[in-house]
Write a protein that binds this ligand. Structure first.
Ligand code: HDD
Length: 688
């Protein structure tokens, strides 16, 4: 029945109950009608006098703030850091003193190149930025999931980012490095070669934020109470293990679920499956730094874990989703210069430039110097200073004293405290003013080669395919060949594989290295994903594709076995209402087949009677479900009824050890198989 108010052009009124509150304007005035603007008669003009409508639209018009110039697309989560090993001998930072103490944190993961509305599975570096709200101020560790960077000096950052982002004339391509401008820049900047190997590896297409490492990248300093300094590199080691997807899968995930990574994080935390990372430190002194093959101030180099082991000193647990995306994820402002007593910077020229850039960009992005008043950015320890006024000042000092020194003793009247105040490490500095790059930064190929030889064959194939894909998107042949000329200095196998992929007949001359590469660096297992994979299927997701008449026992056994493992199970059916199982019960679906393609799952199972398998053999999304799972080297369990679908997709005669027939083997056997994550052997039999 139509509401009486609707008949005269109005909208239905909602009852105000104990659980709802009266809607008001931003000025607090109760609102009677939020559906209709104020008009001169039912069909007359809208009156400018309508302060309610004007206020609402004015606010809407100002909802957006500038997106981050890089790392625009990201996802933030609350958590805490718990210290498991105190390190007072290395650092006097308050956060590193008491074992078992928990420090609240906020972590934001991101892609780099894409705009805020781009897709999650771009081939890209991932940001991994954590704000620690310590009792002696905020410490921001603003890192990536890759331990090295493209450039050595911050003055090149705008060029790097301009080259990778969309071209200024056409406004595309978006969220990808597969285009001439990026590879033009990279091939003209040999210092980026090492990083491009990481970027073309599966590190740049992680399965989830939960399954990737994090790195502070630069060399920092730890400084103890006596003022003694050690160098340090920070690492995040995921307890969940490392895992990535394959490129063809990434392309399809972006269509199926552009929010794949943020949804994964939200779902895991929502389900109480809190991801954890151990904070690791690689600590070394001047003696090591002087003896090391490369300059420890060069952000395009890492220190192999075999040379300086990673010592685990604490655990980060992400345990709460945000209440409001804008207030927290969007407004969080990380700054590399946010360090605390006991941690200090080094002369890494990339880091020094960053220390200017982050503060500067937050002022632009958040509208003024008071972004530290926004709750997500405010320290959780007491703070007292004489900074005042400015746009949106929220914490305003009381009393008349706002300068230092002063002779007032009224409270609050903050004073310096040399005992606990921040002290920069007293590093002797001297030099001639000059615009140069140190010669110790000149070796651009040796660690790229070390990265290459540390990978499994599968990973090497993926890297070569990554280069082939990206360079094939370059229209200019000279750019493709110039990049190839650098790869020739990395490793012959890599150069050959890419050249073959591109169809190059005449190999170019190898690029002239600024310094001869070291060819006998040993492989480092820590650099491979597959050598550091998970040991369980926990935290992963099975796509269980069922149809009417599916064997109820098989479905129940699969659900139980995967849940016991700590994995999630999503039921996929041809219609969203679900399926009627062999025992007459109804199994509701989580996804309709075209909304739940196999690319969004880690492994798949198909349980259906033959007649349904025959019908589904004609269903394109069902065919894709099977052929993609097969092509992406996923483990597949199936009941006999799925054979018509296998025939339709050409895999009926390719059944391999990555496939398990239910009945012959149990659901538990399938879980065991799935602990391997992928059946890579299958991939070697495929091209492309
Ligand atoms: Fe940066 C954001 C990581 C080099 C300038 N950067 C930003 C974020 C991460 C990184 C994770 C997103 C923070 C968030 O989630 O809000 N950036 C890195 C790493 C680098 C690096 C690991 C090299 C080791 N960055 C770098 C350089 C410069 C910048 C050399 C400038 C000279 N980065 C910025 C920025 C951003 C930023 C423009 C954009 C948004 C923001 O800061 O808050 O200031």
């Amino acid at each position: 029945m139509k509401d009486a108010k609707l008949d005269d052009g109005g909208a239905p009124r909602q009852q105000t109950t104990a659980r709802t509150k009266t809607m008001t304007t931003a000025q607090g005035g109760p609102i009677a009608d939020d559906q209709n603007s104020l008009k001169a008669g039912p069909r007359g003009p809208v009156l400018l006098e309508d302060h309610i409508m004007r206020e609402k639209i004015f606010h809407f018009d100002h909802e957006r703030i500038p997106e981050r110039v890089v790392h625009a697309r990201g996802y933030g989560v609350h958590g805490h850091f718990e210290l498991t090993e105190a390190i007072p001998e290395l650092s006097c930072a308050d956060i590193f003193q008491r074992v078992g103490e928990k420090t609240p944190t906020f972590t934001r993961f991101s892609t780099v190149a894409g705009n805020k509305g781009s897709f999650d599975l771009a081939r890209d570096v991932r940001g991994f930025a954590t704000k620690f709200y310590t009792q002696e101020g905020n410490w921001d560790l603003v890192g990536n999931n890759i331990p090295v960077f493209f450039i050595q000096d911050a003055i090149k950052f705008p060029d790097l980012i301009h080259s990778v982002k969309e071209a200024p004339d056409r406004g595309f391509p978006q969220a990808q490095s597969a285009h001439d401008n990026f590879w033009d820049f990279a091939s003209l900047s040999p210092e980026s070669v090492h990083m491009t190997l990481w970027q073309m590896s599966d590190r740049a297409i992680p399965r989830s934020f939960r399954f990737m490492e994090g790195f502070g990248v630069h060399t920092f300093r730890l400084v103890n109470a006596e003022g003694k300094s050690h160098y340090v590199k920070f690492h995040w080691k995921p307890r969940q293990g490392l895992q990535s997807v394959v490129w063809n899968e990434a392309l399809k995930i972006n269509g199926a679920d552009p929010d794949f990574h943020r949804r994964d994080m939200w779902d895991a935390i929502d389900a109480g499956d809190f991801p954890k990372w151990d904070l690791g430190i690689q600590v070394f002194d001047d003696e090591f730094a002087d003896a090391f093959e490369f300059d420890i101030l060069d952000a395009t180099k890492l220190i192999p874990e075999e040379q300086v082991p990673v010592r685990l000193i604490g655990t980060l647990t992400l345990d709460a989703n945000v209440d409001n995306f804008f207030a927290e994820t969007e407004q969080v402002a990380f700054c590399t210069q946010n360090i605390v007593r006991g941690i200090d910077h080094t002369n890494d020229p990339l880091l020094q430039g960053r220390n200017f850039s982050y503060l500067d960009t937050q002022i632009k992005r958040l509208g003024g110097p008071n972004f530290t008043h926004i709750p997500i950015n405010a320290p959780k320890c007491p703070m007292h200073h004489f900074q005042q006024d400015g746009h949106m000042a929220m914490h305003n000092p009381r009393g008349r004293v706002n300068y230092e020194p002063n002779s007032w003793d009224a409270e609050p009247n903050p004073r310096e405290n040399p005992k606990i105040g921040f002290e920069s490490y007293a590093e002797p500095v001297e030099g001639t003013k000059q615009r140069v790059r140190s010669e110790t930064f000149a070796d651009h190929y040796s660690q790229a080669r070390q990265f290459w030889i540390s990978q499994t064959e599968t990973e090497q194939r993926h890297i070569a395919n990554g280069f082939t894909f990206e360079l094939s998107k370059c229209q200019r042949e000279d750019i493709r060949l110039r990049m190839l000329s650098h790869l020739m200095n990395v490793h012959d196998d890599l150069a050959q594989m890419v050249a073959e992929g591109l169809g190059v007949v005449d190999m170019p001359e190898a690029a002239t290295p600024a310094r001869a590469p070291i060819t006998d660096l040993p492989p480092s297992d820590a650099l491979s994903i597959l050598k550091n994979g998970p040991k369980t299927f926990a935290g992963r997701k099975l796509g269980l594709f069922i149809a009417d008449g599916a064997d109820a026992d098989q479905v129940a056994a699969l659900e139980k076995a995967f849940k016991d493992e700590g994995a999630m199970v999503a039921i996929v059916t041809a219609q969203i209402f679900g399926a009627t199982l062999s025992d007459g019960s109804t199994k509701p679906a989580d996804e309709k087949i075209d909304g739940g393609p196999s690319v969004v799952f880690d492994a798949v199972a198909l349980v259906m009677p033959k007649e349904e398998g025959e019908t589904l053999a004609l269903n394109k999304p069902a065919q894709d479900f099977v052929s993609d799972a097969f092509a992406h080297a996923k483990f597949i369990a199936y009941s006999d009824g799925a054979m018509p679908l296998f025939k339709a997709t050409g895999i009926a005669d390719k059944i391999d050890d990555g496939m398990l027939k239910l009945g012959d083997k149990s659901a538990k056997d399938f879980v065991k198989l799935c602990r391997g994550m992928r059946f890579w052997e299958r991939e070697t039999k495929m091209t492309g």
